[in-house]
Write a protein that binds this ligand. Structure first.
Ligand code: PLP
Length: 412
């Protein structure tokens, strides 16, 4: 039973004083769902969490004591908004290996790449501004930009990511502010945008003088196939590239970065000054220490090995336990795959039955900015469960799906 809210704490109590934009703000469905799925006996494919047992705890502990002994005055002090220079130098060098040749002065360290999405909203979105995203797209971007009252124009995805060839017909002559893409191991769809589509996107963006946001938290987590040139390497003059240590090191440090042409980076720096002055100096120095000592690269190799195995375990279990009417993506990396039941099924409605069997996923509708699709789809995370739990969870979901498919298939 829920306790009644006393009148002085009623949700509408201060509403008349609140900015118009708060009316568009919603709690993330995933954060809400995580509360249920964190119950100990639930097998959760719902979150996007890295495997905590792989966190390099000892190395982080060493980095902390080294920094507190050797550089306490720097590590514990206020710092510049742009971010710790040695870390930006490291990032510039490592991105150059992928063909992104921006120097450290084009980089801004952010408090997770979620902050980068928020800052982008802050400088580019007026109420009603049209922005282009995929359908589906990353929930955190929808959440960040809804708060700035963006109007979402959505382009469908197929098994190779955004159908770039449909952007022009979808946008028409609307004055869009930017196109948001997730080229590597899309969250939630698990797709990878092939090189030809990236080149076509750049060609279209150049023709119309459009800006591209390339969000790439998973690019380093590739388990099969070859790396593909980042869009930021193809069109450095019009791409804001977002990176993060959340999936390759630990999300708790909250260290991300963005790379942008100088004329864009400057207002982003100003926007960040108003938000948090700068990202935690100490955390930036920890990430830098781990990266400079070569620990990060070794850690990423380990993650690729473990997550690649978990992904294959999930794919095999899906083949074994799921009804033949269901389909799913076969990602080349990242943390997620995207599965679909027949069109007549409702994965939101199925959630209750799944939770009764103590297994969780995220219903597909959450990833559609206009909630106009994804009702028969779901996102499954494979990084945060052990292989035996993955098999058992997929088996339980398979049972639930068989019942759902039988119940929603029309009989003549
Ligand atoms: C596509 C995408 N962008 C951004 C983020 C935010 O990551 P963080 O703020 O932890 O760097 C996430 C996290 O799951 C993500 O999947």
């Amino acid at each position: 039973m829920t306790t009644p809210v006393p009148p002085e704490h009623h949700p509408a109590r201060w509403q008349r004083f609140m900015a118009h934009r708060t009316q568009n703000m919603k709690s993330s469905a995933i954060r809400e769902l995580l509360k249920i799925t964190q119950l100990p006996d639930v097998i959760s494919f719902a979150g996007g969490l890295p495997a905590p047992e792989l966190f390099p705890v000892r190395e982080i502990e060493e980095a902390c004591s080294y920094l507190l002994k050797q550089e306490p005055k720097l590590a514990l002090q206020y710092s510049t908004t742009e971010g710790h220079l040695p870390l930006r130098e490291y990032l510039a060098e490592s991105m150059a290996q992928y063909g992104v040749h921006h120097g450290p002065d084009s980089i801004l360290i952010t408090t997770g790449s979620q902050q980068a999405l928020d800052l982008i909203g802050k400088i580019f979105i007026d109420p009603g501004s049209p922005v282009v995203t995929g359908r589906p797209t990353y929930l955190g971007a929808i959440q960040a930009w809804r708060a700035y009252e963006a109007r979402f124009i959505t382009v469908p995805l197929d098994e190779h990511g955004m159908e770039v060839e449909r952007i022009e017909e979808t946008v028409g002559d609307q004055p869009i502010r930017f196109i948001y893409v997730l080229p590597n191991f899309h969250n939630p769809a698990g797709t990878t945008l092939p090189e030809e589509r990236r080149r076509l996107l750049v060609e279209i963006a150049r023709k119309h003088d459009w800006l591209i946001i390339e969000d790439d938290p998973y690019g380093a987590l590739r388990y099969t196939g070859e790396d593909i040139t980042p869009i930021a390497a193809m069109a450095p003059e019009r791409t804001i590239y977002l990176g993060t240590f959340s999936k390759t090191l630990t999300p708790g440090l909250r260290i991300g970065w963005l790379v942008a042409p100088p004329e864009i980076r400057k207002p982003l720096v100003q926007a960040k000054q108003g938000a948090d002055l700068h990202t935690s100096t100490f955390d930036q120095m920890i990430a830098n220490d781990i990266a400079q000592r070569g620990i990060l690269k070794a850690h990423i190799r380990q993650l690729c090995h473990v997550y690649g195995e978990r992904m294959n375990t999930m794919l095999d279990a899906l083949e074994e336990f799921w009804p033949e009417e269901c389909v799913w993506t076969r990602p080349e990396g990242g943390l997620f795959l995207w599965a679909r039941a027949p069109e007549t099924c409702d994965t939101m409605g199925m959630m209750e039955a799944a939770l009764e069997r103590k297994v969780a996923y995220v219903p597909g509708v959450n990833f559609y900015p206009d909630a106009d699709g994804g009702h028969c789809a779901m996102r499954l995370n494979f990084s945060n469960a052990q292989p035996d739990q993955i098999v058992e969870g997929i088996r339980r979901l398979g049972l639930t799906l068989k019942e759902t498919v039988a119940a929603c298939t029309p009989t003549n």
